[in-house]
Design a protein. Structure first.
Length: 307
């Protein structure tokens, strides 16, 4: 493996205080509800931050798989928006410092990238690492968004983890960061949001709110959420209005609510998402009609189509 220290450049003018948490959210393989993308964009737009380290995109990024954006204005190219992956020093609403690792998930050189991240964690004396991810699940949007917690912080697992499966899963590079940190005994936690499957292809503001609330529980940091909560109220009003127009969709959501409520009341269901026989409803049965309805429905005047 080539030297991981050559994979990034550090800003020498930034002093990073020791003993602060690191929060991470990378976008790539899957991001239901745009939970991670919206959460990191919200933080970068609303908090004071300074670049600490920038990773070499030409080494890590597959340009043909995820094309960067250029702006063409009438006769010529006027803007280029390259993908970025970096570590920033930020401050929460209370002025508490933390490190934010955000941007694209690397396509290449995972082991080298992880080694680079571990080096930065050690160099800056990071106290804990908490990262965000999301998966689509057959859960209703009318109930709180659940979280599954991984890592080596049992207090978070006991307090937050709503679903504790034993399963195989497609890995995120931050899974590998967590795995290596566990080997070192360094405090780490992965917070996986359980996003309603039928809203996976939308920008779901409540998913970002849930992400920030979970981060607060894990780190003690305080984040601005008022604008996201207002967007969420508007979004859910529109979703509820659309569901009310379709009896089959309403029945699907009601079925998910019943399963969720039964589990939360402490019955013997093996999962909040399974029926009495322990079977998960298929993604198609939950989402197909809903997605078809949203795709085919003609928006009212002045209304923006969802998804």
């Amino acid at each position: 493996m080539r030297d991981p220290l050559n994979l990034f450049e550090v800003n020498p003018d930034v002093h990073v205080p020791a003993g602060i948490p690191l929060v991470a959210g990378l976008t790539g393989y899957s991001d239901p509800g745009s939970a991670v993308a919206e959460m990191t964009t919200h933080l970068r737009s609303n908090l004071e931050r300074t670049t600490v380290a920038t990773f070499d995109t030409d080494e890590l990024f597959d340009y043909r798989a995820r094309r960067p954006v250029m702006i063409f204005t009438e006769t010529h190219l006027t803007e280029y928006h390259p993908s970025r992956l970096g570590l920033e020093l930020a401050h929460d609403d209370m002025g508490q410092p933390f490190l934010l690792l955000s941007g694209y998930e690397p396509d290449f050189q995972w082991e080298r990238f992880v080694a680079a991240v571990l080096h930065l964690i050690g160099t800056f004396g990071v106290a804990s690492v908490t990262w965000l991810n999301a998966i689509p699940m057959p859960v209703p949007h009318t109930r709180p968004i659940g979280v599954t917690v991984s890592g080596n912080r049992p207090e978070l697992t006991e307090a937050l983890s709503a679903w504790r499966p034993t399963t195989q899963l497609p890995a995120n590079v931050l899974h590998l960061v967590e795995y290596r940190l566990q080997e070192l005994g360094h405090p780490t936690a992965g917070l996986v949001l359980l996003v309603p499957h039928y809203l996976s292809d939308t920008e779901y503001p409540d998913a970002s709110v849930a992400a920030l609330d979970a981060l607060t529980a894990a780190t003690g940091l305080m984040f601005p959420t008022d604008s996201l909560r207002e967007q969420g109220r508007t979004f859910l009003t529109r979703i509820d209005a659309q569901i009310a127009e379709n009896v089959e969709l309403a029945k699907l959501v009601e079925s998910l609510e019943q399963r969720y409520d039964s589990f939360m009341e402490g019955n013997t269901l093996r999962s909040a998402f399974a029926d009495a026989d322990g079977e998960l409803p298929s993604a198609e049965s939950i989402a197909a009609e809903f997605e078809k309805f949203l795709a085919m429905r003609t928006p009212r005047d002045g209304e923006t189509p969802i998804g």
